[in-house]
Design a binder for this molecule. Sequence first.
Ligand SMILES: CCCCC/C=C/CC(=O)SCCNC(=O)CCNC(=O)[C@H](O)C(C)(C)COP(=O)(O)OP(=O)(O)OC[C@H]1O[C@@H](n2cnc3c(N)ncnc32)[C@H](O)[C@@H]1OP(=O)(O)O
Length: 437
Amino acid sequence: MAGVTGRLVRGWCPRAVRRLSLLLTSILQCLSFTFLPVAKFTQPFRNHFGNHCWERRNLFCPSSSLQVPAQLHMSKTAMGASQKDFESAMNQVKLLEKDPGNEVKLKLYALYKQATEGPCSTPKPGVFDLINKAKWDAWNALGNLPKETARQNYVDLVSGLSSSSDSSSQVKPEADREQAGYETLVMTSEDGITKIMLNRPTKMNALTTQMYQEIMLALEAASKDDSTITVLTGNGSYFSSGNDLTNFTHISPDEIEEKARRGAILLRDFVGCFIDFPKPLVAAVNGPAVGISVTILRLFDLVYASDRATFHTPFSHLGQTPEGCSSYTFPKLMGPGKAAEMLIFGKKLTAAEACAQGLVTEVFPDSTFQKEVWTRLKAYSKLPRNALRISKQMIRNHEKEKLHATNAEESRILQERWLSDECMNAIMNFLSRKAKM
Ligand SMILES: CCCCC/C=C/CC(=O)SCCNC(=O)CCNC(=O)[C@H](O)C(C)(C)COP(=O)(O)OP(=O)(O)OC[C@H]1O[C@@H](n2cnc3c(N)ncnc32)[C@H](O)[C@@H]1OP(=O)(O)O
């Protein structure tokens, strides 16, 4: 990549260099799966409540690995909570059903650090290290607050959170069955159906790195819950406009290759979740679908589409290549010629055309789409759960190995494509199109 960058930069005017830097930045944001500032800022907090726990131990209740300082082993005094209260509060935090929000989580983190280590004395993280800087700021803001007071405040804060969470679950026992912990999705479970709804309607449900990660978590949770069927759909007018092309961040050129490498790994893992998903998986394509949101459809068991939906894979236009196993599944499904029109030349299909090619199972009028699809799925969800699951797996097992091999190869090739001039220029065009209007 250094070669590509060097080649591009040499002989460019400063403005061009700035544009290149912006372009590299945007591409890498698209490819980066750990560098998205907002995602990175919220990730450890969300993960505390989610399945992943990479920061669980060192955020605000790192109790499992905590060596409790000897001076904290003291009984409750007139002014503060005991060590037992403190540890119990740390455990309660893990059991909270509702995400208390980043502000509260920062307070918890700061109080925890103050209670266990005293005033903040570690070096201030750099301005671009957003998460650690936010955590450091919160801790540092506590100044010389005594450890005992911090511990008491921590216990009080958790107690308030627990009681509000208890009372809300008493008032609304089923809490409308929406599962917390997702920022870019709405996940609900009802009538034997788990629904995962992409929830960035103002961006046409373009898939950010955070979204890929949340979808994987949601699929993992759905694979283990007691529902019979899992459904993926979109909120708003689009099903999804595919990979998000407009995330900005600042990444130095020497990190580019590493980011592309990580991007390829995430792509492989993301598609892998669809290949391996063990239960019947249904796509309710409520509107247009672009890019990866089209290619993965062949990994679903049923694809119901509104007659307003279209299916577009403009990979060549973006200097990219097929993913989602489509280089194998599409020619198999629709024949090499029709697959080439879509995957190589970017021909957009209507819902009726996609249905004729076998990519869509059935098309419904947009006006009755939701009603008809959910009525159908509710009836299917009453069928014997294990039989559905086993039948799905029997069908999938014939080609699972081939799908994984295709997925790995497509991810590897895309990793190279993301570093190409063609891809950089295409993304630059998309980013600058509004400015041109
Ligand atoms: C781990 C995975 C790795 C990656 C795997 C690779 C996958 C490859 C692909 O998915 S390729 C497909 C990429 N997607 C696109 O090329 C679509 C780009 N978007 C568009 O062409 C158009 O936005 C549109 C046709 C989807 C909709 O056009 P319309 O004119 O109706 O609406 P706007 O363009 O004004 O869109 C509204 C706002 O949404 C933003 N947006 C839409 N799609 C994307 C996207 N893919 N990435 C980023 N942002 C997107 C758009 O910018 C508007 O935002 P704004 O109002 O703030 O300007």
